[in-house]
Ligand binder design. Structure first.
Ligand SMILES: C[S@@+](CC[C@H](N)C(=O)[O-])C[C@H]1O[C@@H](n2cnc3c(N)ncnc32)[C@H](O)[C@@H]1O
Ligand code: SF4
Length: 337
């Protein structure tokens, strides 16, 4: 499968990674993602019949793989709240040549890590914004204790999964705990990556003042333990990497706001209801569920995907300006980051 001709978009970017959201629901209400006032009791989540089945997802992924996709990341909402998600992992594991990753809030990892690893998952990214229990409970806004997520990370490691940790930094919310977070993961082999708070969706009340720049984050960690920059491992890498000079590992910073990186973006995103988005900030997805349920052949689906990717010009983050600020956007919990 390595001799697949790369499928390029209008800006010459190959299609390499697919992020698959398996649910728009979540057991957390992180203040920067699903604020309670909006995602409360009456929020119109997708109905079960609207979701792609695991078999439908596996079918779409196999067509993507035939077009050059090499990494599939399962996300959400919270992917581990979708029942039996390890069955999806097992179906995807049957498709040759794919690396399988999953992004999770870690809350259900203590009970799920082993089944996921057994089904063929290669790695997990656990979102954890603070190691201070009170701060963490306030950020997830469902009073979930940090220790259970730390136990989830240990369970993932014990199951043989490679682990990364993602921390969104929001000024005034968790920016006083960056050194403590870094300290927790120094020397563990788990790479910690800090993410600038992004203006996704319309519900989190995002303000530029709440963004802590990656430059400031790196400076804070460098003051505690001197850092040196690392070369990117891949041209489409989202994180800029730094290593501790004392050899205790590396950190990454994802500067999606202050230094956008659309240039090498090779990611497509599939929503839980089967809409294909060619950018996290693309307002409209392309419906794949319709053709799938109407019996489209693999060739027809591949033709559709070629057309969508081949026409792609998105570089929202680089164009971000007054002109784009008021355009409608989809929520992070819908597309999964
Ligand atoms: C939407 S979540 C879905 C997967 C899973 N529930 C989790 O939290 O890892 C994916 C990633 O998006 C990040 N995220 C959500 N809202 C964000 C925002 N406004 N800015 C930056 N990252 C955000 C989360 O921290 C998480 O790492
Ligand atoms: S970031 Fe993840 S865990 Fe937090 S509310 Fe969004 S989907 Fe849920």
């Amino acid at each position: 499968m390595d001799d697949v001709e790369p499928l390029l978009d209008r800006l010459g970017r190959p299609l390499e990674t697919l992020r698959v959201s398996v649910t728009d629901r979540c057991n957390f209400r992180c203040v920067y993602c699903m604020p309670k006032e909006v995602f409360g009791r009456d929020y119109a989540f997708l109905e079960r019949r609207e979701l792609l089945t695991f078999e439908e997802i596996a079918r779409v992924v196999s067509v993507f793989a035939s077009l050059g996709v090499r990494t599939v990341r399962i996300t959400g909402g919270e992917p581990l709240v979708r029942r039996n998600v390890e069955h999806l992992v097992a179906l995807l594991h049957e498709i040759p040549g794919l690396e399988l990753a999953l992004t999770t809030n870690g809350s259900l990892l203590p009970q799920k890590a082993e089944a996921l690893a057994r089904a063929g998952l290669d790695r997990v990214t656990v979102s954890l914004d603070s190691v201070d229990d009170a701060t963490f409970r306030a950020l997830n806004d469902v009073d979930f204790p940090v220790q259970r997520v730390l136990d989830g990370i240990d369970a993932a490691e014990a199951a043989g999964l490679r682990v990364k940790v993602n921390a969104v930094v929001k000024r005034g919310a968790n920016d006083d705990g960056l050194v403590a977070l870094a300290e927790r993961f120094r020397g563990t082999g788990h790479v910690l990556r800090f993410i600038e708070y992004m203006d996704v969706g319309h519900t989190n009340g995002w303000r530029l003042d709440d963004v802590v720049s990656s430059e400031e984050i790196v400076q804070t960690i460098d003051d505690a333990w001197p850092l040196e920059p690392l070369e990117p491992a891949r041209p489409d890498e989202t994180a800029r990497r730094w290593r501790y000079r004392d050899g205790a590992g590396e950190i990454g910073v994802i500067a999606s706001v202050t230094q956008p990186f659309c240039g090498g973006c090779s990611r497509a995103r599939l929503s839980a209801e089967g809409r294909l988005h060619t950018c996290l900030f693309a307002t409209k997805g392309h419906d794949l569920r319709g053709p799938l349920r109407l019996g489209a052949s693999d060739e027809e689906l591949a033709g559709l995907l070629r057309g969508i990717w081949g026409g792609r010009t998105d570089r929202y983050s680089e164009l971000r300006s007054a002109a784009t600020a008021d355009l409608p956007r989809v929520e992070m919990s819908y597309l999964g980051g």
